[in-house]
Write a protein that binds this ligand. Sequence first.
Ligand code: 5GP
Length: 114
Amino acid sequence: MSDTIFDKIIRRELPADIVYEDDDVLAFRDIHPQAPVHVLFVPKKSFATLNDCTEADAALLGKLLLAASAYAKREGFAEAGYRCVINCNRGGGQTVYHLHVHLMAGRQMPERMV
Ligand code: 5GP
């Protein structure tokens, strides 16, 4: 059994501010938000990084992004805009090794990524 912080949140062993759940995806607010809205969309199936996904996971990866856009539409900021980010491995700034999509909104994102 993998044992990152996010696995513990999925198993309800750690608290989180959960904003969305379905059979495959859990979404909860980031503990250190970088924007007024900062939600993490996490597959319940555990992949350490995006590199660990294969063709067989294409539908699940799609579900993660569609869950994020559906949340943005529901919350009313889809038209204003938002940013989705996946960090991969150390060079990509990943710190929690359970694949996740950051959804950030509520402020103007810089045109350049950094
Ligand atoms: P990464 O750097 O791996 O792309 O993103 C990990 C994110 O998880 C960071 O933005 C960090 O603030 C968030 N995070 C780390 N630990 C926790 C936690 O225990 N609860 C929640 N809700 N977010 C966390």
